[in-house]
Structure formats: C-alpha cells, structure tokens
Design a protein around this ligand. Structure first.
Ligand code: ADP
Length: 401
C-alpha cells in the first residue's frame, strides 16, 4: 500500500509518498509560495537528489495537482499512474475536543473540522483546502485526518483547565489543547522500543524543540500535561514566541504603550523568544555561533531558553512522581548538544546525568546520552510525524469494508 502524506500550510504544501510494506519514503518535497506565480516545487528522491521548478500556483488545489503530476511524471515519477495512491493522510492542526484519534474523513468529519476553524484560524482552513482538493483530484480515494491535538486529549482536567471562570471552558472552549502531539507520540513510542519497556508502563518527558517548542509529560503512555496551551504561544521559549508570560503584561502594552491587540499578538508571536531576547536571530544555530563569539545577548537568550526548559522538566518529573526517560527531538533537540547539556545540568536530584562525550556526538541520530548509572535515561530521537500519519492512515484504510 502506498500512501501520500500531506501537510498543507498557509503558503506551502509539504508531502511524503510512502510505501507501507517497507515504510520507505519513495519521494518527498514541498511546494512553497503557494498563491503566487513563482511558487517553487522541490521534489526529493530516495537517493537524496532533488529537482526544483518554478510555476504559477494560485492555490492549494493546484499545488497538490502539481505534486501528483510529479509523482506520476514519465521521466522522474515514482509510480506509473495515480491509481497507485491508495490513500491520503492529512496533518490537521486542531481537532478541538472532537477528535482524540485519527479518523477517516467523511462529510460529518469535515463538518467537525470546520467547527474547529475558530480554534486554529491560521492552520485548519489550509488543511481543509487540502482535503477538498484531494477529494476532487483523487475521487474515491480514502482520506484520513491526523490531528496535532489528538494525542493530548488524554490530559486530565487538572492539567487542561485554566483557573478562569468555568464558563470560559463551557461556553467558549477555553482550555489547554496542546500541539505537536504526533511528534510527542512518535518519539515516546520509539523510546519504549529503545528502552525495551512496555509503553503503557512508562513515564516520559518529551521535549520537541524546533522553531516552535513544546514539552509533554507522558504518564503510563498517555499525555498527562503539555506546555503549549489554548494556542501554541504558551510554554517554552521558542524561536520568535515568548512562551509563558504574566498576562497582565498585555494590559500594560495596551494601556501604557498604546499597542493594539493585533500589534501585541504580532510582538508575542513573531518578535519575542530567542529573536526578541538576542536581537540577533530566531535560529538557534546563529545564536550559538554568536554566543561562542562572546555575544552577551546571545548567551542570555540561550540561558533563558535552557532555564525555562529545565523548570518544565523538573515540574513534570514532580507532577508524575518520577520519569523513566527524557527525550529530545526536532531541530534543536536533535542537533544542539550544548542546549541539551545546559538543560540537564545539575539535575542529579531527579536522576539525570548526561555523558558529555556521548551527547556531543549525538547529532541528528537516535541514541542514549545519559551515563550508564543515571536513573533517568536521556535520549535523542529524531522525530518522524509523517510515518505516524502514514501508519494511522494505513490502519484505518485496512479496516474499511
Ligand atoms: P520546525 O519547527 O520549523 O519544523 P525544526 O524542527 O526544523 O523546525 O527546527 C528548527 C530549529 O532547529 C532552528 O532553531 C534551528 O536553528 C535549529 N537547528 C537545526 N540544526 C541545528 C544545529 N545543528 N544546531 C543547533 N540548532 C539547530
């Protein structure tokens, strides 16, 4: 069975085409600058080589058509025709409280995804466009929705409810939803395999640190708490997002500085975090380079980033009554050894001790970075959200009558 995995963003469509017998990625790539007459397709082959092309792509439907035409192209396609696409798996950002698992997309499911648009106005509409485009381009082919929020639906009320009037939850759906669920799920399931333990018996702390960063406490194999909240703005320090702040700062920005709601939104989401503190960049590679060159503000950004992470690790360790392992993933988690070292420094009190040599050599690969005697294991596990989307899609499609 071959499955097309799609991730439709505001101006991009990312894809992977996966053969499920071997879980081989036959081709992958992205169409960027969707909505312009100079959209760029980058299509990568199994051997790592790629081709690029520029064309007029007014919308997501045209972008997906381009992807399909590339997959079946006479010269560089990987399948002879589109009948080989057995199913499509979509990343859908927000499933609200309506979806705790992946689902086959039906008219009823589409209505529910539409109802979640208010919760993710910047993401769900594009995911929705991708679903509609596939229905037209691949008629009769089953489509599955895999939600970023679904994994976190197991959180208990003590974790997901804010201390606001209860009516805010009842009437306005204001609660913690959590994001990056597919990634937290992938790395935690993988950790169980590496540690040779039953998933349902494990307590894990998973740190997804890319441009967006979130940390999850997984208790007995289920999401118990997570740092992103009603939106992906809460929690850890991120590339351009502030994470946790005192909400009263927003009143001051409005009343004393005269900023509008959208200006504050922009400031907290796009000009804060590593970028805001350092004044240099949102890119951790650049910040680390500048820090090594002696830049004080770069060092401050790194220190605040790691301190926040450390606080969350300890909070979740305590909240779960202990953890078997801590897992680092995504761009920073997989590659930035100095960040992992700093975040785990002086954490012997919770059984954490990093083997510095192992940590330094663990770049973009899977492995243990804690010392042999450490009670709490520390692992680096490169994330793979696409394979979870493909596996869920396969599971659902195989059970269709
Ligand atoms: P996204 O959330 O967009 O998927 P990624 O998971 O690709 O992001 O992570 C992007 C972040 O990872 C950036 O801050 C980038 O600087 C950081 N990163 C990638 N490689 C390295 C590296 N070798 N060292 C330090 N940081 C890295």
């Amino acid at each position: 069975m071959k499955i097309l995995v799609l991730n439709c963003g505001s101006s991009s469509v990312k894809y992977q085409f996966i053969s499920m017998t071997t879980e081989r990625v036959l081709a992958k790539g992205q169409v960027e600058r969707v909505g312009t007459d100079h959209a760029v397709l980058t299509h990568c082959f199994e051997d790592g080589k790629n081709i690029k092309s520029v064309s007029d792509i007014p919308d997501h439907a045209k972008a997906i058509e381009l992807v399909i035409n590339t997959l079946i192209h006479a010269d560089y396609g990987v399948i002879p025709d589109k009948s080989e696409i057995r199913a499509v798996g979509h990343r859908v950002v927000h499933g609200g409280e309506k979806f705790a698992t992946s689902v086959l997309i039906t008219e009823e499911v589409k209505d529910k995804i539409r109802e979640c648009i208010d919760l993710a106005p910047l993401h769900n509409p594009h995911n929705f466009r991708g679903i509609n485009a596939c229905a037209e381009l691949l008629p009769g082919i089953p489509q599955v929705a895999v939600f970023d929020t679904a994994f976190h639906q197991s959180m208990p009320m003590i974790s997901f409810l804010y201390a606001l009037p209860y009516s805010e939850y009842q009437l306005n759906n204001i609660r913690r939803y959590g994001f990056h669920g597919t990634s937290h799920r992938y790395v935690s399931e993988r950790a169980a395999k590496i540690l040779k333990k039953k998933y349902e018996t494990l307590n894990l702390i998973t740190c997804h640190m890319g441009n967006g960063c979130s940390i999850t406490a997984i208790k007995n194999g289920k999401s118990f708490d997570t740092s992103m909240g009603y939106t992906p703005l809460e929690g850890l320090v991120m590339g351009t997002r502030c994470g946790d702040i005192d909400p009263a700062i927003i009143f001051t920005m409005a009343s004393k500085q005269g900023l509008s709601i959208s200006e504050i939104d922009n400031l907290l989401n796009k000009h804060s975090g590593l970028d805001g503190i350092s004044g240099i960049s949102n890119d951790m590679r650049e910040i680390l380079k500048q820090m090594e060159a002696g830049n004080e503000r770069a060092k401050l950004a790194v220190d605040i980033f790691c301190y926040r992470l450390k606080k969350y690790i300890c909070a979740y360790y305590g909240a779960m009554g202990g953890a078997d392992a801590i897992i680092f993933t995504a761009g920073i988690g997989e590659n930035a050894a100095p960040i992992r070292e700093l975040a785990c420094e002086n954490l012997e009190c919770i059984g954490v001790k990093i083997d510095k040599t192992k940590n330094k050599s663990m770049i973009g690969q899977e492995g243990l970075i804690s010392t042999k005697s450490a009670k709490t294991k520390v692992l680096v596990i490169p994330t793979n959200e696409e394979i979870i989307i493909a596996r869920d899609t396969r599971y659902i499609v195989e059970r269709l009558k």
